[in-house]
Design a protein around this ligand. Structure first.
Ligand SMILES: Nc1nc2c(c(=O)[nH]1)N[C@H]1C(S)=C(S)[C@@H](COP(=O)(O)O)O[C@H]1N2
Ligand SMILES: [Mo]
Length: 316
């Protein structure tokens, strides 16, 4: 069992000086600048599906990365969303007419105050911009300016009971609207899970938008999870159900290929996938290979959650 202290994990230069970056920008929202730069292009004038309204004032957070944002075009045209297609470049077109309103998320299980949230309820949570790396288990990555709010805020409203150990998330099940769910290759709907303390970490958000606009269907509209220190498959899209539970949930990927996809799925350059190395990643849109970071660069914030696990267990 190799135990590592968070401070030993990643050399300092891998961390971004977020404060320096904010100072340099002299501006609250980095994505607002990029949006301004590409105004007039068709991507920004496309009609948005009716979903959570993104407020004009964005509360910035100290999570901005001093790395170029992946373009809106790339973020919304290179997607993993097996309910539509296993072809990343086909998802946007196939998801175009997916109805994202009205929408409801039922939150229940081991809670004192079960509650159903509609889009208006979700909009009442103060929306923030969070610029995060997204690292897919397939060894590619993006930098995405999400809009959303901490998952913890929603969970606190339902008052989890003390015996709740995990949070289980479920995507909409509707094979008519989500044709991939007719495939027998997977057990639908898509399921994911977090430990309660992971779910309560401030980095874990429910996202309702990106680049200052409501999410498009291909990105998981109207609401999806974003857990930036874990491989992308944990960040489940189009959520309709959240349950607090006692037992570790079995995710769609654990059920399908348990020897390749773990529950924790923390980004770890030292634990290779059975079929490829996880040491480096390809940054989409830049054609650049870069080193993969422990916990995707968020070790300072989350490594303490895993002090009782060995390095391999950070993944499995
Ligand atoms: N419901 C659902 N959620 C999902 C997926 C999916 O196929 N279905 N793919 C996951 C994977 S593998 C990744 S990498 C991210 C991709 O998010 P993006 O398309 O917004 O980049 O979504 C995750 N969430
Ligand atoms: Mo992924």
């Amino acid at each position: 069992m190799v135990k590592v202290k968070p401070s030993e994990i990643t050399p300092e230069h891998h961390y971004l000086s977020r404060r320096e970056f904010l100072k340099g920008m002299g501006i609250v929202s980095a994505s607002a600048m990029v949006l301004a730069a590409c105004r007039g292009q068709s991507v920004t004038s496309t009609a948005m599906p009716s979903a959570v309204k993104v407020p004009s004032t964005i509360t910035s957070t100290p999570k901005e990365l001093n790395e170029p944002l992946t373009s809106f075009e790339a973020i919304t045209n290179y997607n993993n969303y097996y309910e539509f297609s296993i072809n990343k470049e086909a998802v946007a077109r196939l998801a175009k007419d997916f109805p994202t309103s009205p929408w409801k998320i039922d939150v229940g299980g081991l809670v004192n105050n079960p509650k159903t949230f509609d889009l208006d309820d979700l909009a009442k949570f103060s929306q923030q911009e969070r610029i995060y790396r997204l690292r897919c288990v397939e060894a590619w990555s993006m930098v995405i300016p999400w809009i959303g709010f901490p998952l913890a805020k929603l969970l606190k409203e339902v008052e989890p009971m003390s015996n709740a150990k995990y949070v289980r998330f479920e995507t909409l099940y509707d094979p008519d609207q989500l044709p991939g769910q007719n495939s027998r290759a997977y057990e639908w709907p898509y399921i994911e899970g977090l430990r309660v303390d992971e779910a309560m970490n401030d980095l874990a958000i429910l996202s309702t938008g990106l680049y200052g606009k409501a999410l498009l269907p291909q990105s998981g509209a109207p609401v999806r999870l974003v857990v930036p220190w874990k491989y992308g498959f944990k960040s489940i899209k189009s959520i309709v159900k959240i349950d607090l539970v006692e037992e570790m949930p079995v995710s769609l990927w654990m059920a399908a290929i348990p020897q390749e996809y773990g529950f924790y799925a923390n980004v770890n350059p030292e634990v290779d996938h059975r079929r490829w190395s996880q040491a480096t990643e390809r940054r989409i849109g830049e054609g650049k290979r870069m080193d993969t970071l422990f916990f995707n660069g968020y070790a300072d914030e989350v490594a303490s959650l895993y002090e009782d696990l060995d390095r391999r267990e950070w993944y499995y």
